[in-house]
Design a protein around this ligand. Structure first.
Ligand SMILES: Nc1ncnc2c1ncn2[C@@H]1O[C@H](COP(=O)(O)OP(=O)(O)OP(=O)(O)O)[C@@H](O)[C@H]1O
Ligand SMILES: [Mg+2]
Length: 297
């Protein structure tokens, strides 16, 4: 049986409301993960505030994806604590339970159903098992239709609602996948490298979309594209060798000597942002430092 910290049983289908009285929705404390003795996460501490949009940056191998794997239950940490709100211990839940309590994750590669319409893709993702059941055998309620329309508006695909998903551009597929996540009504959205491979225009729209989701949701974005991070970030957390190296506003972390050293050091220029093939300014460590010397704001 799964119980929360107060000993109250939690069943996976319960609509678990995280206790965010202290303003924090995600607590990651002293978390370490090792792979064959190599510490991918090393005593990592991270607190995500309810409704905030947080950017996570760091060189390749810094531990960003591993952190998302820990939060979503894909990887169990060796040590540490991961809580959803004050009381729900995520380390006691499995991956699907974590998704159901309200933590949605978007992987880099979109996993939409290509041969179904945009609308149907969202319909299948509606919260609860009833979503699929209704989709296959029944009619949508008015409320469900309103919800789908609202999601279509949010992700900017109202006009494409009855296109087969295979007709969508790469960027549109990414938005559809965000829409499918939204259908499950998550409180927290974890988004790993959302703009890789997007055109400049798609990147801008993604910035608007993620910004608009914050508030009602807490959004954690991992991204190498520094122009993008700069355009959306309120608070940036810099990971380095599995720990938090710095945290603050973009201009604060950019002028942090430790951060500059790390980006100028062995890791610079190894940005995986270069799988961005559409010519959006993918920024290397060098540009990062350049920006830091002409500190904004
Ligand atoms: N399953 C695994 N087995 C062994 N080592 C792993 C595994 N997953 C990750 N690692 C290692 O852990 C470290 C952190 O990897 P992680 O994928 O979290 O980095 P990242 O910050 O997401 O990097 P990138 O920016 O390249 O996506 C890397 O050195 C990686 O090689
Ligand atoms: Mg990664």
């Amino acid at each position: 049986m799964i119980v929360d910290k107060a000993g109250t049983p939690i069943t996976a289908t319960d609509n678990v409301q995280p206790d965010t009285r202290h303003g924090v929705i995600l607590y990651v404390e002293d978390v370490s993960v090792s792979f064959d003795g190599f510490k991918a996460l090393n005593d990592l501490n991270l607190y995500i505030n309810d409704g905030e949009l947080r950017c996570l940056i760091g060189a390749n191998g810094a531990g960003k994806t591993t952190l998302m794997d820990v939060i979503t239950g894909k990887i169990r940490p060796d040590t540490g604590k991961v809580n959803f709100g004050q009381q729900v211990d995520l380390l006691q839940l499995d991956e699907s339970e974590i998704a159901r309590v309200g933590i949605g994750r978007k992987f880099q590669k979109p996993t939409v159903f290509e041969a179904l319409s945009v609308y149907k893709n969202i319909e299948l993702s509606l919260a609860g098992d009833k979503g699929i059941w209704t989709s296959l055998f029944g009619k949508l309620t008015g409320e469900q239709r309103d919800r789908i329309d609202e999601i279509l508006r949010t992700i900017g695909l109202t006009n494409e609602a009855f296109y087969m998903a295979e007709r969508l551009s790469h960027g549109q597929k990414q938005w559809l996948e965000i829409g499918m996540l939204l259908a499950a009504e998550p409180r927290v959205l974890l988004v790993d490298e959302p703009v890789a491979g997007m055109t400049g225009q798609e990147t801008e729209r993604t910035a608007e979309l993620l910004t608009s989701l914050a508030g009602e949701h807490s959004v954690v974005v991992v991204e190498h594209d520094m122009a993008f991070v700069r355009s959306i970030a309120r608070t940036v957390t810099v990971l380095h060798q599995g720990s938090v190296l710095a945290e603050g506003s973009m201009s604060e972390v950019q002028s942090n000597p430790e951060v500059i050293k790390v980006y100028l050091g062995e890791d610079s220029g190894e940005d995986s942002g270069d799988d961005n093939s559409e010519g959006y300014p993918s920024e290397s460590g060098e540009e990062y430092i350049e920006a830091s010397s002409s500190k904004e704001g």
